[in-house]
Design a protein around this ligand. Structure first.
Ligand SMILES: O=C([O-])CC(=O)C(=O)O
Ligand SMILES: [Mg+2]
Length: 566
């Protein structure tokens, strides 16, 4: 709700507002006269969506709804999350990004260009919201599995932050989608007359580093305590290393994906009954997500009793050149060295197929962005070697998935424990509905952000990330476990995010990085109630505004999830 002297905000045009609220907001007469119930509003939106057969058109409709009637958008998304997540997030957001400059109609985030260096703070001052608590920032250089999309990657920060709001109750106005326009290595974009970013080559790593140094200072000076999520950078390791211990930040592709896959692996390993020392994991894809995921699982294997060296040796990483080994003859990227094998007796395994035959894995993990890389032959062998093969094709969007849910089941005699990065539909087999797991970081990043904001953590420690994974793995209902699910029902995501946030808060307290004193001595029940009380709920927003206008509630209580700015 805007103060009476300011122009109306997007949420003020909500057709569920009473006449009194409309008069207060000065939107009376600007929207049609009917005061609508939330159900009537939702049914209109659902009809509009139905009328649009193409997912991208549904995506565009939803984007304009978010810009013009923000609370209605979030009511719709949070109440129909299973149907809406694939439209506002992966896989449709992939098309949204590919076509971003061609479909552009409205500003949805902040763009900062390389030519703004030296003045980044002044660009931040143009952002119309005063109380930003979280930002998702990308340079567009590795959007999902689609490569360098330059500023067209803005769909990702926008989509991720929509999930923060819908799934973890961060207030919409406390979110900042941030696109760094640092040029693009994508020549066809630079030559596209409709492309809306700078037409320069991608800046050098050193130039990017200096730019990020300035950005981090500017962000935290303007919004002290802001949570910064790095997303879809081509080489995300240097930034995480430089800023991780210094700022309240994390990398979603290394740490978020790592945590969500770890949660699925904890559940899957328990189901196989195979002890961790006998697990053999082949990772196809040795980029940031692959190494991030593998490292988190190493930590789990160590907690289960293995030494670090024993744990590390359970992993075989495969990149475009084949098995990552010490004596392969090329210079390995820094992040691959930890998992590089020395037990290949001089032999090099050049393809995924050769590695799979050599290792006979219990776990096959795909982070390669190569659709269909897990062939029927590999899947069949996985089914022959294992009672319950663990098969996680995690690349996004759907077309890049290393195999489909159907193939994973069919070729393993319906024995696979499956999770993919993008959603797949359930499949009926023998009169039973088989439901795929979605090992997407959307199960953890909203809770990591909420827990960090609420605990006022100064940094996001590895123990907080690890806690997000273990909390997620304990969030399944007994009925979900008994159906063999690896992740909870997506429709329960707000409850799951509360569980994840509580785990993150407790880990922050144990690590001593928290600053929210009032919750230090709270028991579980009290903490849960407190967390829930801080969450934005679009379904009660109309009522809240009504009470605020009538002077029944204290508006300062609603400044954001923290209650007041730091
Ligand atoms: O956005 C997603 O769906 C998951 C993710 O972080 C990625 O693939 O980069
Ligand atoms: Mg990502």
């Amino acid at each position: 709700m805007s103060a009476a002297h300011l122009p109306p905000a997007p949420g003020d045009y909500d057709t569920s507002h009473s006449t009194t609220v409309r008069k207060y907001n000065r939107t009376y007469g600007l929207v049609p006269p009917a005061v609508e119930s939330l159900d009537v509003q939702a049914s209109r939106c659902l009809k509009q969506l139905e009328r649009r057969p193409q997912s991208i058109d549904k995506y565009l409709y939803l984007s304009s709804l978010r810009s013009t009637n923000v609370h209605l958008f979030y009511r719709l998304v949070s109440q129909h999350i299973k149907d809406m997540a694939p439209l506002i997030y992966t896989p449709t957001v992939g098309d949204g990004c590919l076509q971003w400059s061609h479909n552009y109609v409205q500003p949805e985030g902040l763009y900062i260009s390389y030519s703004d260096r030296g003045h980044i703070a002044s660009v931040l001052h143009n952002w119309p919201q005063v109380n930003v608590e979280i930002t998702v920032v990308t340079d567009g250089s590795r959007i999902l599995g689609l490569g360098d999309l330059g500023i067209n990657g803005m769909g990702i920060p926008v989509g991720k932050l929509s999930l923060y709001v819908a799934c973890a109750g961060i207030r919409p106005e406390a979110t900042l989608p941030l696109m760094l326009d640092l040029g693009t290595g994508n020549k066809s974009l630079r030559e596209d007359p409709l492309y809306m970013g700078s037409r320069r080559e991608k800046v050098s790593a050193q130039e990017e580093k200096e730019f990020l140094d300035e950005l981090m200072v500017a962000l935290t000076e303007k919004w002290p305590g802001i949570v910064i999520q790095f997303e879809d950078f081509k080489n995300p390791f240097p930034a995480l290393e430089t800023y991780g211990g210094k700022y309240t930040c994390f990398n979603d592709d290394i740490q978020g994906t790592g945590a969500v896959v770890l949660a699925g692996i904890i559940s899957a390993v328990k189901r196989t009954g195979v002890p961790v020392k006998d697990q053999r994991a082949v990772f196809f894809g040795a980029g940031s997500a692959g190494v991030g995921v593998a490292k988190q699982i190493v930590e789990y294997f160590m907690r289960e009793g293995l030494t670090e060296d024993e744990a590390r040796r359970c992993f075989w990483l495969v990149d475009t050149k084949g098995l990552v080994t010490n004596d392969r003859g090329d210079k390995l990227a820094e992040h691959k060295i930890y998992f590089s094998r020395d037990d290949n007796a001089g032999k090099q395994y050049k393809t995924l197929e050769e590695v799979v035959d050599h290792v006979r894995p219990t776990i096959l993990m795909g982070l390669s962005t190569i659709g269909g890389a897990f062939t029927p032959d590999m899947l069949t062998k996985m089914g022959q070697w294992n009672e319950h093969p663990i098969i996680f094709p995690l690349s996004n969007p759907s077309a890049n998935s290393e195999c489909t849910f159907e193939d994973a089941l069919k070729h393993t005699n319906y024995k696979a424990l499956f999770a993919s990065g993008s959603p797949f539909a359930s499949i009926e087999h023998d009169g039973k509905l088989e439901t795929p797991g979605q090992g997407n970081n959307m199960y953890v990043f909203p809770g990591i952000g909420l827990g960090t904001i609420l605990s006022k953590a100064t940094t996001i420690t590895q123990s907080m990330i690890y806690a997000s994974a273990t909390s997620l793995s304990t969030s399944l209902h007994p009925s979900e476990v008994s159906q063999g699910w690896l992740y909870p029902e997506l429709a329960r995501i707000r409850d799951v995010s509360v569980i994840v946030a509580m785990g993150v808060i407790k880990a922050a307290q144990e690590a001593g990085v928290d600053r929210e004193q009032s919750i230090k001595s709270m028991g579980n029940e009290e903490l849960e109630k407190w967390v829930r009380s801080k969450m934005y709920d679009p379904t009660t927003e109309t009522q809240r505004v009504e009470e605020e206008v009538q002077g029944l509630t204290d508006p300062s209580k609603w400044g954001g999830n923290r209650g007041s700015h730091l």
